[in-house]
Design a protein around this ligand. Structure first.
Ligand code: ADP
Ligand code: MG
Length: 183
């Protein structure tokens, strides 16, 4: 995972090391497979608390839903997250009856529609929320949140950039860095 091969030129570009710690609020990681992305999500999900907002940004196929599946598993969801085609909001439960929401804002065209589906209420209801396509509803996002921007590197690799805003999320990212990467 941390082999020298990561540092070689790929498609004429020099890849960054697997985990540059950019600053205390951000972290970058190169995932080599969907399974690895899911595992990274599972570790993150283990630290999810009531009311946490996790935004997953990136193009179609970047791996947002794959990461969300891991997060839900780590949180303890009884069912696996699927990629909803028409449903914007999906609800997942844990054995203790607490709930987690997975929202796909891809088809939302602006803040009006976001309000229409009750996104604001969802963010303030106290349940964890995983949101794909946060840029579609930028006006409705809470200022404190964790954002993970995923980007396509090649067929099997994705870059994950974690960005924490607000004290809760900076602390969470600090803990995550230790448990997931030992750093
Ligand atoms: P999104 O929700 O961003 O549209 P999905 O998670 O639904 O993306 O799909 C990502 C696709 O890319 C899946 O088919 C997955 O198997 C594939 N994939 C290949 N490599 C990776 C990787 N390293 N991490 C996540 N997904 C990957
Ligand atoms: Mg998706």
């Amino acid at each position: 995972m941390r082999g020298a091969r990561l540092f070689g030129p790929i498609r004429g570009r020099i890849m960054p090391p697997p985990m540059p710690i950019l600053d205390e609020r951000s972290l970058e990681f190169l995932s080599h497979s969907p399974e690895q992305t899911r595992r990274l999500g599972t570790r993150l999900g283990e630290g999810v608390a009531e009311g946490d907002v996790i935004c997953l940004a990136g193009d179609l196929g970047a791996g947002k839903t794959t990461l969300a599946q891991g997060i839900a598993r780590g949180w303890g969801a009884l069912q696996a997250i699927t990629s909803p085609t028409f449903v914007l909001i999906n609800e997942y439960r844990r054995a203790d009856a607490s709930m987690l929401y997975h929202v796909d804002a891809y088809r939302l065209s602006g803040p009006g529609e976001a309000e229409g589906i009750g996104l604001h209420e969802l963010f303030t209801a106290g349940h964890p929320v995983i949101l794909e396509w946060p840029e579609r509803v930028a006006e409705c996002l809470p200022s404190d949140r964790l954002t993970i921007a995923l980007s396509w590197v090649d067929e099997s690799r994705r870059r994950l950039r974690f960005e924490a805003e607000g004290e809760r999320y900076v602390q969470w990212l600090r803990d995550y860095r230790k448990t997931a990467f030992g750093g």
